[in-house]
Design a protein around this ligand. Structure first.
Ligand code: HEM
Ligand SMILES: [Fe+2]
Length: 616
């Protein structure tokens, strides 16, 4: 590529600028000293920056839009929204309205349907039930969940703190040992790890319920998977730290260190290890689900759905292995979203719906077949929108404009079932009141209701807020993304993970009478804390950034000059309120969960349980 002399001069100036920032560090950008000080690599880094700006401002051959579809907004170089961005925004909104209309119509003609089974048992069917060895072996997973959850919160607080005090922690030069890049990577990755651990454990816990017996060596499999998970979690975190601190020689950063792509940052070796772990998990579930399908009278459709969603979760991690160290960034982004998006907006949604239905069916509160029908409908809708909807992450990633059209329209359909989850939430509350013994499940049901709430708010509303092409054109990568990411990833799947943990620990010791006050506090503090974090801080910052991005330019919305103004600093400090309430709630939750793990039921309850078991 030949560039004009004026650009060459600009390049050299930028090289100087970036060399200084990455060598001396910068509190404004929370970049640590010597983040990169090798002159050859600094030149490569600046060349990459140059290339990205070139690709965003240069028109495609025989076309009037740039490679990035004119993203980011910058009128000085002619980067204004493309016609497709405007037109498909309109079409996607209309699709959403059409979808909602159709769903409301569908529910109206279907009538109320069965919400609660007429044959709910008189007493808790789990009392007196014996847990199998593999089920008991899942306890250690839940212990790890609580530890990783707390560690994630600590990393989140540090990361947020670096946003206001770039280099340190109340004067301590923490960034020298634990730079922003590391705390941020660990924060997002730990979220995935603890949620995945809770889900894997719940899947394994449910497995013997599905086929009704303990398959041979199942406990061995559960224990082996646990060790594998620990190796991946600790190995990948250690590798990332070493990578950022320049302790890994040559190309080993790619294999053991930090790949640099959010949510799939872990080194390739750990990534492959995680995939193998997921396959082992699938195998352990398959050996209970497949025989169950041959049994008469089993809730077959529910089991089929359950098995399909676990297969989806396991197999759809593999696209994360489809790129190499030197792949083109557009190619990497394409496969990366196969993992991130297809997981969260596809198979996770289906798994969540099915697993909750399965637990209610296990308690005898709903009939398996009608639960399966409802789950099948919502699963089909999630996947219809969700699979092609992946393209909403690729509007500006160097794709043909058809990505923008398909991505915006199909992802709008994803919102439809999310806007109607209130239906499911109300049904769950009614179910929890069907018999007095269900009072013991009140808090588990509340966690499931919170899953529905955040599906509506975090995924549905805040997801759609940034979803139309014209919105994302101005908003991509602002705090509005954090609004959606916290509301959806923690709100929906984190809450589900905690709810599943509670269910499994309850099923292990159904005789324990729960200490209502602790879990009451944990539930409300976590949810109110999350809401405050969004409403008091992330959302106002994000919306002000959006306004800035539209009125001045995208660069300005992310510039330190704008983010360091007094008002912005105050808004970012306000995050502390929500964060602290959330953290207190999390502490209470962990305290409560540890109590469930270690407490033994009172003697009276044990005797009563034994009597109930003998009577049954
Ligand atoms: C529970 C389901 C969902 C979860 C867990 C989730 C999670 C996330 C996360 C963590 C990100 C941040 C990615 C990053 O920082 O690079 C993200 C981005 C995004 N999500 Fe979702 N999401 C969900 C549902 C949805 C829905 C239903 C929509 C809209 C149809 C949506 C639209 C988007 C868009 C457009 C982005 C890109 C934002 C950007 O690049 O700035 N999400 N999502
Ligand atoms: Fe997505």
């Amino acid at each position: 590529m030949t560039i004009e002399p004026v650009r060459a001069r600009a390049f050299e100036d930028n090289l100087k600028h970036y060399s200084q920032i990455f060598t001396d560090g910068s509190a404004d950008y929370a970049i640590q000293r010597n983040a990169q000080s090798d002159p050859a690599k600094l030149r490569q880094l600046s060349s990459f920056f140059f290339w990205t700006s070139w690709a965003s401002a240069t028109n495609r051959p025989n076309n009037t839009i740039s490679y990035t579809s004119n993203f980011p907004s910058e009128p000085l170089v002619g980067n204004v929204p493309t016609s497709s961005a405007i037109v498909w925004t309109g079409v996607s909104v209309i699709m959403l309205l059409a979808g909602i209309g159709w769903m409301v119509w569908y529910y109206a003609q279907k009538g109320e349907g069965e919400i609660v089974s007429t044959e709910v048992p008189q007493s808790d069917p789990l009392i007196g039930a014996k847990m199998s060895p593999s089920q008991k072996a899942t306890v250690k997973y839940f212990l790890v969940v609580t530890l990783l959850f707390l560690l994630q919160i600590v990393m989140g607080m540090l990361t947020a703190h670096y946003g206001v005090e770039g280099k340190g922690f109340y004067g301590i030069p923490l960034a020298d040992y634990l730079p922003y890049v590391v705390t941020r990577t660990w924060h997002t990755q730990l979220g995935i790890f603890w949620i995945a651990t809770a889900w894997l454990a719940a899947g394994l816990f449910i497995a013997p319920f599905i086929c009704g017996y303990e398959p041979k060596y199942q406990k061995l499999g559960v224990d082996a998977l646990f060790v594998a998970l620990l190796v991946v979690v600790l190995g990948s975190m250690g590798g990332q730290w070493m990578s950022v601190m320049h302790r890994l020689p040559g190309n080993s950063w790619f294999w053991f260190g930090h790949q640099g792509y959010e949510y799939v940052d872990l080194g390739r070796v750990w990534q492959a290890g995680l995939f193998v772990g997921l396959l082992l998990w699938l195998f352990l579930i398959a050996r209970t689900a497949i025989p169950a399908l041959k049994q008469k009278g089993a809730a077959r459709s529910l089991i089929v759905l359950y098995f399909l969603s676990t297969t989806g979760i396991a197999l759809f991690y593999s696209p994360g292995l489809f790129w190499g160290m030197r792949s083109h960034i557009s190619v990497v982004e394409y496969w990366r979203w196969w993992v991130v998006h297809l997981w969260v907006e596809g198979y996770f949604e289906v798994f969540a719906t099915v697993v909750i239905a399965f637990l209610f069916a296990k308690l005898g509160v709903i009939r398996g077949e009608s639960a399966a029908q409802a789950a099948l409908l919502s699963g089909a809708i999630y996947l219809t929108g969700g699979i092609i909807g992946t393209l909403h992450h690729l509007y500006f990633a160097g794709t043909p404009t058809v990505a923008l059209a398909f991505g915006s329209v199909f992802s709008a359909l994803e919102i439809v079932p999310l806007l109607l989850v209130g239906h499911e939430a109300v049904a769950n509350i009614r179910r929890s009141k069907a018999r007095p013994w269900l009072k013991q499940y009140k808090w588990i049901v509340y966690f499931f209701v919170a899953v529905a709430f955040w599906n509506l708010v975090g995924a549905g509303i805040f997801g759609f807020m940034i979803n139309p092409p014209i919105a994302l054109y101005y908003m991509q990568g602002l705090n509005t993304t954090a609004v959606h990411a916290h509301g959806a990833l923690y709100g929906v799947y984190g809450t589900l993970g905690l709810g599943l943990l509670l269910f499994c620990l309850r099923a292990m010791k159904p005789e324990i009478v729960w200490k209502d006050r602790t879990i009451w506090f944990a539930f409300w503090a976590i949810n109110i804390g999350l809401m405050l974090e969004i409403v008091l801080s992330l959302l106002p910052v994000g919306l002000m950034q959006t306004y800035r991005s539209v009125s001045v330019g995208y660069w300005s919305a992310r510039s330190p000059e704008f983010l360091q103004t007094d008002l912005m600093q105050t808004l970012r400090w306000l995050r502390m309120i929500g964060d602290s309430i959330f953290a207190l709630g999390a502490l209470a939750f962990v305290y409560f969960a540890l109590g469930l793990i270690w407490r033994r039921p009172e003697k009276k309850a044990r005797v009563a349980a034994r009597a109930a078991a003998e009577a049954a």
